[in-house]
Design a protein around this ligand. Sequence first.
Ligand code: NDP
Ligand code: GUE
Length: 299
Amino acid sequence: MTAQIIDGKAFAAEVRAKVAEHVSALKADHGITPGLAVVLVGEDPASQVYVRSKGKQTVEAGMESFEHKLDVSTSEEDLLALVDKLNNDPAVNGILVQLPLPDHIDEEKVINAIDPAKDVDGFHISNVGLLATGQKAMVPCTPLGCLMLLRDHFGSLSGKEAVVVGRSNIVGKPMAQLLLRDSCTVTIAHSRTKDIEEVVKRADIVIAAVGRPEMVTGDWLKKGAVVIDVGINRLPPAEEGAKGKLVGDVDFASASQVAGAITPVPGGVGPMTIACLLANTLTATCRANGLPEPEGLTA
Ligand SMILES: NC(=O)C1=CN([C@@H]2O[C@H](COP(=O)(O)OP(=O)(O)OC[C@H]3O[C@@H](n4cnc5c(N)ncnc54)[C@H](OP(=O)(O)O)[C@@H]3O)[C@@H](O)[C@H]2O)C=CC1
Ligand SMILES: Nc1nc(=O)c2c([nH]1)NC[C@@H]1CN(c3ccc(C(=O)N[C@@H](CCC(=O)O)C(=O)O)cc3)C=[N+]21
């Protein structure tokens, strides 16, 4: 069997087109232009790629993009001062502080300093709590993107066995919350999970968010399982100076022989993350202005 390829790139383009449509109506009817501020501290190469494509797509959707690139030696105090300024800037509806931050900065402190209403990453403790209790939250972009792909594929997720591999605050845990909210039976696996292959083999839905290149292989999967590969790993280049290949946390070659459907890397979850960031910025703008939220763009 060869799996259906879930085209995240194409789906993300549709999401961005919907966002752009809403943005143009916001401008025409209310004179409002959503604004997204992205803060990057230091020069993590992976983060730079993400920030670049994000800025471009923000502008293409008709929104304002504010980029703040700070030196790697920026103090925590200065970063907190910038967050405070963005919290109070009415032109800024969404704030994203790119992670990871340099070691001398307390990540939790910075995330929790962001106004929860502008926290388009959904990482603030208030949004985490709102999501966990089923209340209206800002939902983290990557899990939201995965959920959109799964809902599109299955229609209803109710009663499905879902296994999330990875328990990070930014992907694994919020993903599990969203799947639970859609009435999946959810298992979270991690580095201490015993017989992880057997656990994954139960799943109708596998979400791999581990950060280990091609860890999940075809022999871990139940036949027909739907596999969402969150991993973004750059392999060492074949020759010096070349760019290494980008691979996921799933071994695509073997997994696609067993899975019913699978997301590729690149072109799967990555583009959905950025599309959902724009969707969240639009949602935040609507909420801030007491306007109805766009349909189909929130969890
Ligand atoms: N496509 C996108 O938009 C995005 C992609 N990513 C990518 O997703 C991946 C995961 O990111 P993130 O969640 O931030 O990563 P983290 O490193 O924060 O978390 C990784 C998780 O995987 C678990 N893990 C590590 N090794 C193993 C193993 N051998 N077996 C089972 N579980 C293991 C860890 O378990 P434990 O807790 O026990 O240590 C941890 O819970 C990365 O490749 C990252 O680049 C991330 C964000 C967005
Ligand atoms: N506060 C914060 N929020 C994040 O959401 C966040 C973050 N920090 N830090 C880093 C990770 C990583 N991440 C990606 C998003 C899109 C692609 C993406 O678009 N990838 C393309 C390929 C890009 C390439 O070619 O390198 C794809 O998969 O097709 C990748 C990675 C968001 N993250």
